[in-house]
Design a binder for this molecule. Structure first.
Ligand SMILES: NC(=O)c1ccc[n+]([C@@H]2O[C@H](COP(=O)([O-])OP(=O)(O)OC[C@H]3O[C@@H](n4cnc5c(N)ncnc54)[C@H](O)[C@@H]3O)[C@@H](O)[C@H]2O)c1
Length: 395
């Protein structure tokens, strides 16, 4: 797993770093050889499940330019009908990047286009829940950038209710879920190679001495574990299990954005480290840290009754590992950034629509990765008091 070091975090540096993180895709190649030494490394071919094109709208071309980063424009089962960003220059950039000649001035206008049947919401985090609800209420499927909701249990419940009521597809594009290590852990877990997990760890370190730019400044001084999903994916995205309660510690590394009055969240912490109890009876340490000098990495490890795994190596009792090669993509569709996860996430969402099935990170998994971080921050504010985590299971 690549660890990038940044001295300061301006927009350019951040984007360059996203590129470097995507070198995880290169690690993926070495990974399958390392883990599955009993298997020949066979390239799987992508097989279309339909020749239909899903008619997609894309919204959001902010500092990460995420609207165009997930390869919708290169998927053979996608027609991009229209794009949107509130800022005209960004809207034009997104049209060009998606090779699309139609745009709307906002998501709220785009969702009224009857031709569009699915929307990728790549807007600012505080608006994800509101925007996804708006899309669903207009009868369209939705894939959202992380996190599913922003610091609000109420938003989580409204989102869940809307997904249940509409019966449409909802997917959260958590990139860790398709990193080579997490993908392999999930398949080995399902095949019994770990047994129950005794312990797991996930971490998202993103040293940010000055906040990364963001729409209306949502990133400035934000509670670290309101953005938990890159970490929590290393339990929920591996096992499908749940966090039941949490005790969390907060740390103030002295960043200007966390001084009194410096942020809209009244949040003093740059770093949060949470210990969760899991539904399997194990424990899980998940963190998000912005104050640790120079480190930027997203990774995790799992430790079970029958084996354990980190990075590229499975160590355990299972002799014949299941197929853990990365999912195949349509010819010409790049795997993309964040460890080659962007392409597989898009392919999963589109295929779930075509096959009329639940996507990998449906609303239940999305909330199970997101809500525990909100409760963890509450625990940190209460000096580590153990708090129960609401459970959102299929009704
Ligand atoms: N690894 C990952 O999964 C990963 C990495 C980076 C960012 N992200 C997520 O991607 C999302 C986008 O990140 P960013 O840094 O580009 O955000 P940003 O804050 O820089 O930009 C958000 C964009 O959304 C647009 N927008 C907001 N409301 C809109 C509306 N109603 N209609 C049309 N456009 C609207 C804004 O104009 C802005 O350009 C964030 O939610 C972030 O959490 C995920």
């Amino acid at each position: 797993m690549s660890v990038a070091r940044l001295g300061s975090m301006d927009r350019r540096g951040f984007l360059e770093n996203l590129g470097r993180l995507s070198l995880g895709a290169a690690a993926a190649a070495g990974f399958s050889a390392g883990v599955a030494s009993s298997q020949p490394a066979v390239e799987k071919a992508w097989e279309p499940v339909s020749d239909r094109k899903v008619r997609v709208g894309i919204v959001g071309y902010g500092v990460c330019q995420f609207g165009a980063a997930f390869g919708f424009q290169d998927h053979p089962n996608v027609e991009i009908v229209a794009v949107s960003d509130l800022i005209a220059e960004r809207r034009a950039g997104l049209m060009q990047a998606c090779r699309c000649d139609k745009s709307y001035e906002s998501l709220e206008v785009l969702v009224r286009d009857p031709k569009i049947e699915a929307v990728f919401v790549a807007t600012d985090a505080p608006n994800h829940a509101k925007h996804c609800i708006e899309v669903l209420r207009h009868g369209k499927h939705v894939m959202t950038a992380v996190p599913a909701v922003w610091g609000s249990i109420e938003q989580a419940e409204q989102l869940l209710e809307t997904v249940r009521k509409t019966g449409l597809k909802y997917m959260m594009a958590e990139t860790s879920c398709y990193r080579a290590d997490c993908h392999a852990m999930r398949h080995i877990y399902r095949a019994g190679g770990f047994g129950k997990l005794v312990y797991s760890e996930g971490e998202y370190f993103h040293f940010s001495p000055t906040p990364i730019p963001s729409f209306n400044g949502w990133r400035i001084g934000a509670p670290p574990l309101w953005y938990p999903t890159h970490s929590t994916a290393y339990y929920v995205g591996v096992t499908g299990g749940r966090f039941t309660c949490v005790s969390c510690g907060g740390f103030d590394a002295g960043l200007p954005a966390n001084k009194p009055g410096a942020n809209q969240y009244n949040n003093p912490y740059s770093d949060e480290i949470a210990l969760f109890q899991t539904s399997e009876g194990g424990a899980s340490r998940m963190l998000m840290c912005k104050g640790v000098q120079g480190v930027i990495v997203e990774t995790g490890r799992v430790y079970g009754q029958r084996g354990w795994m980190q990075d590229t190596s499975y160590h355990g009792l299972m002799k014949d590992l299941p197929d853990i090669t990365p999912p195949p993509l349509p010819p010409g569709m790049p795997a993309g950034g964040h460890g080659g996860s962007h392409g597989p996430l898009t392919n999963e969402f589109i295929t779930a629509i075509l096959e009329d099935r639940e996507p990998l990170v449906n609303v239940y998994e999305a909330l199970a990765m997101t809500v525990p971080g909100i409760v963890a921050h509450q625990s940190a504010i209460k000096e580590g008091q153990t708090l129960a985590i609401p459970q959102y299971d299929r009704a």
